[in-house]
Design a binder for this molecule. Sequence first.
Ligand SMILES: [Zn+2]
Length: 490
Amino acid sequence: MSIKKKDPDRFDPEVINRELLQFLDESPVSFYAVKNMAAELEKAGAGRLTETGRWQLEAGKMYYVTRNDSSLIAFRVPAGSFSDSAAPVSGNAAGAKDAACADGKDTPAGFQIVASHCDSPAFKIKSNAEITVEKRYITLNVEKYGGMLCEPWFDRPLSVAGRVMIRTKEGIETRLVCIDRDLMIIPHLAIHMNREANDGYKINVQKDMLPLLAENGSGEKAGGTGSCGAPEKDAAGRFLQLIAAEAGVQPEDILDTDLFLYNRAKGTVLGLNGEFIASGRLDDLQCAYASLRGFLAAEASCGIAVHCVYDNEEVGSGTKQGAASTFLSDVLHRINGALGGDEEDYIRRIRTSFLVSADNAHGVHPNYTEKTDPTNRPFLNGGIVIKYSANQKYTTDAVSGALFREVCRRAGVPCQTFHNRSDMLGGSTLGNISTSQVAVNSVDIGLAQLAMHSSYETAGAYDTAYLAEALKTFYSLSVEARGDGSFRLR
Ligand SMILES: [Zn+2]
């Protein structure tokens, strides 16, 4: 009897899920996702670039750059990008520099881009956040970041993570903070006090969602001056003290903060046969992580592989580091320039480039099967979901759908299709926003999941490996447009 051996060249679903769940646990907010991706890139030999520095690129090397510490773009310069691998060539000779790949044609290498996002809906802590309630409780004032399901944030341990800006002798410095313990809870009102709780109760964030941080005066000696030993000392300022201690500074040195609540429940594998994974932030760190792994595992190709992870997709992408910003086009322009290309070369590169916009998709829900389109029914573990929308909320068209299906076929990975029901609006994503800045052929894809925008989401245990495998193949390819409706993948 022969034992089927695992293919060592392919991603093992069990192993990559374990690594994904660790990445999710260590990335409670976008700043940490970017920090952790940067660390993996550096471990693999990628050089760090800054947007304010001058770029000198070497053929065959990987680089990455961040913006706002919350968006990241990594890329690989193809071998043979320079006529002399030590130095860039000036002028419009990009075609000649790519000679090894040009196959006798005067076409500069295009960009093979995968874009995902690293932010997730959460509650952001407001300025002056502490609220003293009847002298006994300290709650925190919060507001929504993105469009989450509020319900799953109730009655579970929460904590806080983000960044603080601190005053230093030289000026101002960024420090990331993550309180790594169960710290807060948003308690539901008991059913006895709200008999409508199970009948579609409308949640008011300002009223219902304020987390309980402390008993006022907690940490003081019990048995104070109150009639029954009730603590009297005001705990106001304790939250800022906690954040300052975590950042290693005094509270008065904190100039400003971007702090968010996060769900303390760790990611896990579940299902009778371990066929599901569940965690906070699967949308969209599952795609971002699969993109990173595919990028790092890819073979050098004639195309310029670009791993792009944006912040702020959940709030419309309209920030300086979001998909609507110039971040990607700035980076692509600078790569082109560092390779010795001029504006003419840039436009030619863009015309032969391809974008995979990777953001999770809705799988068929076992309790609400009627919510999915009648003929396009993506399931968890069914492979990569290609998303379509006639009004182009998803960028997929026949060209990009065909190209991506061919990538999946070459990768040996299944794919499936998603359309919204025709009587349902559906969500938005970053593909069409990014292509308004960098107009390339683009496909919208994702992995099927349930409970999108819950504080704890569910996905398929086999799909992470499928996506990493397909993106490894994509990053190892060059999709070349011939300008006559035909394309070459090599
Ligand atoms: Zn998303």
